[in-house]
Design a protein around this ligand. Sequence first.
Ligand code: ZN
Length: 105
Amino acid sequence: MAAKVRRNDTVEVMTGKDRGRRGDVRSVISDSDRLLVTGINMVKKHRRQRNANEPSQIIEMESPIHRSNVQLVCGSCDKAVRVGFRVLDDGRKVRFCKSCDEAID
Ligand SMILES: [Zn+2]
């Protein structure tokens, strides 16, 4: 089945602490159905001191989020929408927005 959400899409988070926030999909981890989304699901990681010149620090980084927890933001109607697939006359399969019916690809 073709992917509903792809790299560089804008998605909106539907659940959890980041609910309602939007970000761009930075990468898709296909084996686990998870996405890395810019600025979403940030976790603090403690980086230990490795040598005297480098202080230990806490860095924030994105943690993958399951694709079922996000919805694609449609570029036409600017809403988090459900995505459908449609086959064009030339055989290409494109995504479309189930809210405004516009093609997304
Ligand atoms: Zn739309």
